[in-house]
Design a protein around this ligand. Structure first.
Ligand SMILES: C[S@@+](CC[C@H](N)C(=O)[O-])C[C@H]1O[C@@H](n2cnc3c(N)ncnc32)[C@H](O)[C@@H]1O
Length: 217
């Protein structure tokens, strides 16, 4: 593993408004393709997609490194099965999950670590199961902004290293994501640029969303 996990507990404010748990429309659209009800959420955060899925009757396992996010998830939805772990060394049970989701998480790694997580997902997802990921694109203004800060070292291949806390942030192209899943059937891939208003200070984000289906073992 390269560097440290991002520390969401430091960012967490006790009076943070509870984030609205709202299922992403593009994930919702493809639920009918799932072979069953077992869902793994890598980096569950405050349960944005997983809480609505649990309410729809899916069995959720949520993994996160942040104690505070896990506590908040438990408060909001006691039926979630929660695990505190670093997803870089979390062993995914083979052929158990019908959906493995990692929303807004896989860009917080050096790409070498991200590729290993993707391998772990691909190898262990159930056949016909879906993967759903959401990562920063090259259009995200943070790429330029962080590149200009002297606390970030620019490593090439759109990977930045925060030299203060030894964390990484990576930015992706659509083709990079499609290459990583070249053995999967693409169900949907899209790139978006939008004003994110879910925080105290709104900011622009550039993201790539990918949904794919495992078609061979
Ligand atoms: C931006 S939040 C996204 C949360 C949720 N998936 C969503 O879309 O709202 C990123 C989450 O990933 C978790 N995370 C980051 N690095 C992690 C790691 N190495 N292992 C486990 N969780 C991690 C953070 O603690 C945080 O809860």
């Amino acid at each position: 593993m390269i560097g440290s996990p991002v520390d969401y507990d430091k960012k967490f404010k006790e009076n943070l408004p509870i984030q609205l748990a709202k299922l992403d429309w593009d994930l919702k659209k493809y639920l009918k393709l799932l072979p069953g009800k077992e869902v793994l959420d890598l980096g569950i955060g405050q349960g944005r997609n997983s809480i609505p899925l649990a309410k729809l009757g899916y069995n959720i396992t949520g993994v996160d490194f942040s104690y505070k996010n896990l506590e908040r998830c438990k408060e909001l939805c006691p039926e979630l099965n929660l695990v505190r772990a670093d997803i870089r060394n979390f062993e995914i049970e083979k052929d158990k999950y019908d959906l493995i989701s990692s929303r807004c998480v896989l860009h917080f790694f050096h790409k070498e670590d991200m590729y290993k997580i993707i391998d772990n997902i691909k190898k262990n997802l159930k056949i016909n199961g879906l993967v759903y990921i959401y990562v920063f694109s090259l259009e995200d203004p943070k790429l330029q902004k962080l590149t200009n800060l002297n606390t970030f070292e620019v490593l090439g291949n759109n990977i930045l290293h925060n030299v203060i806390n030894d964390t990484f942030v990576s930015f992706f192209t659509k083709n990079e994501i499609l290459d990583l899943f070249s053995d999967f059937k693409t169900i949907s891939i899209s790139e978006e640029y939008f004003l994110d208003q879910g925080n105290n200070t709104p900011y622009y984000s550039g993201i790539i969303k990918y949904t794919g289906q495992k078609i061979t073992n």
